[in-house]
Each structure stands twice: as C-alpha cells, then as structure tokens.
Write a protein that binds this ligand. Structure first.
Ligand SMILES: [Cu+2]
Length: 566
C-alpha cells in the first residue's frame, strides 16, 4: 500500500513538473549522522561487522536502497546514544602533547584481518598502522604514542595490504581531530562546538551491491580490474541524499574525501541544477593544519585522502533557505567515475539553532606560515608509472610494492626534497606517511587549471598551498615538496617502514606503493638490514662483539657488506 502511494506521488510530480527527468527529482531527506566524539588518553576501539541503512528515508527510491546492508565499523555499540553507529567510526579528538594509549580489538566477521592507520600523524613506524601492523582476527593491538602534530583534521582508516579498497568501502574510516585548547589561540576564535558550528563532512562515493550477500568482490577481482562498491552515489557521513541543519552563523566544515577512488570538485550554491552563483567558502586549513589567512574560493578540488577546513557564512541567508553542495566537473584525467544527481548534500539554514559563542566575522589572519627550516639534506626523484585498464598495473619507479623491500632510507631530523613526476596518463593523489610536506615547486597542469605552468613557492595557487600529506599530480606534471623527517619522543624504531603511495585505493592495492625507514646516523651510513616479519634476512646478536650470525633467504645475488662502526 505504501509503495502504491509512492508511485502516485511520483506520477503527480512528473505531471506537475513536465520536463524534469527522474534524476532531477533529487531529494535530501536523510539528516546526516554526526559521528560521536571520543576524547581522552585511553581509547578503546572495537572493530566489528554491522548492518547499516544508507538511505533510511528512501531518498534514492529508484533502486530501493532503504534496506540494511552489511558493513564494517568502529565501536558499533557501547556508546550511550550512539548504539546505531554501524558504518565509519567515532570522531577521535587527540590533544597535542598528550600521551595516548589504545586497545584496539578486531572482531570483524569471516576471520578478516585489518590494520588501523593514523593518516597524517608523525608517530613511530611501529605505531603507524600500515600494512606491517596487522591486527589478526579475534586479537588486539595496543599502540601508544605522543601527539606532537600541529592542530589539524586528520583521519584513521584500514591499511591492510591488498585489501584497503574493500575494507574502506565496507566502512573502516573515521575522522580524527588534533586539538590544542591551551596553546592554540585560534581554538577560541574559530568555531569549535562540534555538531553545532563545527561539522565533520565525510564524502565517499558509493556503489551498492544489492544481491543477497551484499559482499564486495575479492582482492583478486580488484586486481583483475573490478571496482567494488564504488559507484555513482555519494555518501555524506554514511547516508545518501543527506541534509544538515545549520545555524545562521559562520560555521566550520571539516571536509574529508574518504572515497576509494573519486575526486570531488565541490561548491556551495542555492541553485540545485547547473549552479553558477556560488557562496564563498573560506579555506582556513589543509590536511596538515592552518594556512596563513582565510582563503576565499567558489569551489575546491578534493582529491582522495584530502582534508580541508572551510568557514561558510550562513548568516547571509533567511530561515529555511537551502544551499546545495554540488560536485562540479573534474578534469578528464582525474575523473574516476560519474556522479548521480546534481548535488552531494543540502544545508538548511535554521534560525532556531545557534551556538553559544558565534563567530561574527571571518578573521583577517590565522597563523604565520613559512617553509620548514634547515637546508635540504637529500633530494629524491620518483616517477609514477603504469597504465590502467586490463591488468591494471600501476607502480612507483617501475617496481611494485614489496613488504620486504625498503625503498628509501631517510636520516632522522633532516629536511628532504622529493621530486615526483607523473609519467602516466591519469591523475594520482600522492600520499606520504609520517610527514606534512610543503610544495616548493609544481610544473604542469594543477587542480582545475588545464594550462601547463610552473609555480614556485610562495607564488602558489590555493590547490598547492599549506601543510599536506596528499597532493593530486596531473599527467605529465612534476611535484616538488620539502618535508622534515623529525624525530619524536621515544625510540626511533628504525626498522619499521612508513608507506608512500597513490591514495586511489585500487591503485594502492595494485602496487602503486613503496616504503621508507627513518634512521639515525649509524643506520643511515651503514644501511639497515630487514623489516621485521618479512624474514628475508636476520642478523644477530646486534650489537655483537664476537660472533655474528646471518640467516636469510636469497633469491638474487648481491654483495653483503658488514662494517664495524665503533
Ligand atoms: Cu593512482
């Protein structure tokens, strides 16, 4: 009976609005969930399967998605008022200079292993949560580290070798905010009332598998070219057709593109279709922290893995006004899939809402911004190689990812210059762990700019400005960045690798990844021998004063040199 009425409603709609295609009858009637906050020094995180309704109010009725689908999530239950968290995870607040401990339990179904990577943070390699730190099914991982990073919006997600795409699509990602209430003067100046004037916006492309299993394809299928679960629909914080009620104030949006593959070129407008009149968004932070001054823009290209924070002034609108966040066109070489509908979500201005301490004007200045100090100790050149399509082989420098191979050894507490050339015919978002880099030069097409040019710091377009750990590199372009590989309290853990890779997850899962270690001078000048767990080579005892044993499996010939450094 209910379906019957629905059908009647659509018929009326078509009759009343002739000329509208079905697609244009886009509805925004799922209020976007705001992931609950977890704060403190001890974090208990339970990773499990769940059932999640991505469309609780039947927005996308053309395929009837109003059904619960199998998901993965962090902390499904146990948080008062948030028992229904069944996709993504809570927003974690890390306080600068605090020591944090974690108890992370893997209770995923079907014996699945996983990892938890803290994307954006400078922490010891053993705590990084990359492919080396596998949390086996039905067991725990207890990382610990000090928060030394700048105030920023980061995120956490699975980084399981070959299976990151599948596990992110199932739901293993969440937002992470580094705060410093005591020492950050902007903490009291910018909106920080989470869920009231400071909103997380997690954008993800989504396809739906509506058969009886709802299971995405396997890693083998991904390598054969299948793109599981990515598709034309767009989730905001885990729902399609999302809307958010906002107070008539300047609010802060912390936007994360947590998609498996797709770039989003986002803009705000009161126009739903073919928007041309845009509302300014003032960029106040990139992934690694604040920029120098609020930078106004009509639109911004968010590549996979990117975070950006914006201020938007909703006080200029009337009660009940609706703004749409649209996805404008992206360059063809950065297009990894179409988008259904004209807009990703809606913002509804609600004069019944207000925050306790509203911001009334956009600040003139934020922070002082300079390149990291120190001379460049070493320059590295990398090339992104490969082609898509059948076989789907993407690499860095022509060599596929090998967990047993250390691709780069970096001397701790130095500044390096990395030069990354994209020799492929597609755009790739380059991501590096541990550091926040600063672009010093970029040659080629950039962001939405389709003409080739050379940009040198400080004359950079907004697309290249700020502290970053991800930068989209267009085909033929060369990115040059500087980064400090600084130490942190506690041991270096020099033989645990950090990843650098393309953040299109299907590319990462198909070999477009390498790893580096950060070592002290003894290891830097003599070389380190192995990465734990890969069992290619072991030397013991270390240090030794009499007998040294060397064990390992060798599949190729080479020279092994042993130095006495004392
Ligand atoms: Cu890529």
């Amino acid at each position: 009976m209910r379906n019957f009425y629905k059908r009647i409603t659509y018929m009326l709609f078509v009759i009343l609005l002739p000329g509208y295609s079905f697609l244009n009858a886009q509805k925004f009637n799922n209020e976007i969930p705001i992931p609950y906050l977890m704060t403190g020094n001890d974090f208990e995180i339970d990773i499990s399967g769940g059932q999640h309704n991505f469309d609780p109010n039947g927005t996308v009725s053309e395929i009837n998605m109003n059904v619960p689908l199998a998901t993965y999530c962090y902390n499904k239950t146990g948080q008062p008022g948030n028992e229904q968290m069944s996709y993504l995870g809570p927003t974690l607040i890390f306080t600068k200079d605090e020591h944090l401990t974690f108890d992370i339990e893997n209770n995923l179904p079907d014996g699945a292993n996983t990892t938890v990577h803290w994307h954006g943070l400078n922490i010891p390699g053993e705590m990084d949560g990359g492919p080396h730190q596998v949390i086996s099914n039905a067991s725990n991982w207890a990382p610990y580290f000090n928060v030394i990073d700048q105030v920023q919006t980061a995120w956490y997600h699975t980084h399981l070798m070959d299976l990151t795409t599948e596990q992110v699509i199932r739901g293993l990602a969440g937002l992470l905010i580094v705060e410093d209430p005591d020492n950050d003067p902007l903490y009291s100046e910018l909106p920080t009332d989470y869920g009231e004037n400071d909103f997380p916006i997690i954008i993800q492309e989504k396809g739906f598998v509506l058969d009886s299993t709802t299971t995405p394809p396997t890693a083998t299928a991904i390598k054969a070219g299948e793109k599981p679960g990515n598709g034309p629909y767009t989730l905001i914080n885990g729902v399609v057709g999302g809307y958010l009620n906002v107070p008539p104030e300047i609010v802060r949006l912390r936007i994360l593109n947590g998609s498996p593959r797709k770039m989003f070129h986002i803009a705000l407008s009161t126009q739903l279709q073919a928007p041309s009149d845009f509302t300014s968004m003032w960029m106040v932070a990139t992934g690694g922290g604040y920029v120098d001054v609020p930078r106004p823009t009509d639109s911004t290209l968010m590549s996979v893995g990117d975070r950006r924070e914006f201020l938007v002034d909703f006080s200029q609108f009337s009660d009940g006004d609706t703004l749409y966040m649209s996805n404008l066109s992206v360059p063809q070489d950065a297009n990894y899939g179409t988008t259904k509908g004209d807009a990703l979500m809606a913002f509804v201005v609600d004069y019944g809402l207000s925050s306790s301490n509203p911001l009334t004007s956009i600040p003139a200045n934020l922070v002082e911004y300079n390149l990291a100090p120190g001379p460049v100790f070493q320059t590295r050149e990398k090339e992104l190689n490969g082609t898509g399509g059948s076989g789907n082989v993407w690499t860095i420098d022509g060599t596929p990812m090998d967990l047993a191979v250390i691709n780069d050894t970096v001397l701790v507490n130095t500044k390096e210059k990395w030069v990354i050339h994209n020799a492929t015919n597609k755009s790739h978002p380059f991501h590096i762990h541990k550091v926040q880099f600063q672009v010093v030069e970029y040659e080629g097409k950039v962001g939405m700019i389709d003409t080739t040019a050379t940009y040198t710091y400080p004359d950079l377009p907004d697309e290249l400005f700020g502290y970053k750990d991800v930068q989209l590199i267009r085909p033929g372009a060369t990115l040059t960045f500087e980064a400090r590989f600084d130490s942190f309290p506690g041991p270096l853990q020099a033989n645990w690798g950090y990843m650098y890779h393309c953040h299109i997850l299907t590319h990462e899962d198909t070999s477009m990844m390498h790893q580096f270690v950060v070592v002290d001078s003894a290891d830097f000048y003599t070389g380190i021998t192995s990465i734990p767990g890969t069992e290619r080579l072991s030397i013991y005892p270390n240090p030794a004063d009499d007998v040294v044993s060397i064990e390992g499996k060798f599949e190729e010939s080479g020279v092994l040199r042993i130095y006495d450094i004392y």
